[in-house]
Design a protein around this ligand. Sequence first.
Ligand SMILES: C[S@@+](CC[C@H](N)C(=O)[O-])C[C@H]1O[C@@H](n2cnc3c(N)ncnc32)[C@H](O)[C@@H]1O
Length: 339
Amino acid sequence: MTQSASDFMAQALYHPERGYYRRPVGPWGFEGKDYYTALDLGPLLGETLALRLEKAWERLGRPGVFTVLEPGAGRGWLGRDLLSAAKGDFAEALLYLHRDDNPAARCLAEQALEPWAAMGKAQFRSEAEALPPLVGAILSNELFDALPAQPWRWTGEAWEREVLTEDGPGWEAADPGEAGQWFAAQAEDGLQPGDGSVWCEGLPKLVKDLCGSLQAGLFLAIDYGESASRLLSKGADLRRYKGHAVDGRWWEEPGEADLTADVDFTRLESLVRGSGLTSTGHISLSRWIREHAPLAAWEEAWLSLDSVARIKRMENLLQLTLPTMMGERFRVLEAWREP
Ligand SMILES: C[S@@+](CC[C@H](N)C(=O)[O-])C[C@H]1O[C@@H](n2cnc3c(N)ncnc32)[C@H](O)[C@@H]1O
């Protein structure tokens, strides 16, 4: 039986009993785990987000309730860091909604968000619940790279899709439909043999649902990825994370390893615009941090910390901004809906 790589990824991550993101114990973090995210490195991302969201709250005229919905919120650590860092009237207005059906992560999120949940400032929503109309922000960290995606490649004459057969992984000729039109339109100098990219079938519906619930405010997505043309020229494919090692062997150990695909930021932006938001584009995480974090003030404050705490802070900043760490491999897309 032949299975498309995208169907394989959907089962490997989201099968109700055997899916990697449906297992009862989470394999995320450092020691003995598969991968870490920006949130394992320290609170700096959440602190920067708190400042960025406070500006959005001001732009909206300082509403009494500023709702932050985080789809794919996992362990809730970004919400925790955001709620810890928010200050004054903005903190009063902040209501954080965690949305992720991952049971192991949800359990950890309930612990991480416990103080705010007790005050009604953090709440949990299941993915089956209708998204509430909200004024505030929708933000995500590594949500879109966890959606099932199908790798395609151009042979020079035809499109092929990646599949798993009884003999192992391979490529077979297939009609890419809309994906083929998109890729052809995005290839800057025309398609070259070996060009290829990943196509996420579920992206339009998810973006439409999320943007549809945002009555006014900021849409912010942080993720692995590139523009469509760069993904095509590098021949983007699926990646597997297991025990902090990364490789392209996506067909091995389904349910026991994380699978991810680069996010096509050109397409994500186009879908967000199609939902009526104004996008300011996508930039590297490094540039976004430098735009929104008051680094001079933080540097001065860090000087008063003991050396262990100071070095941790500096490491956190370097990991988020150095090009080969997260600085250039991650991008941030921002878009806005006027009230
Ligand atoms: C790579 S993890 C990121 C978790 C967290 N944001 C972090 O940075 O640590 C991706 C998460 O997205 C969740 N997810 C996937 N599709 C989703 C959807 N449509 N709505 C909400 N969560 C989703 C998965 O269950 C998983 O917990």
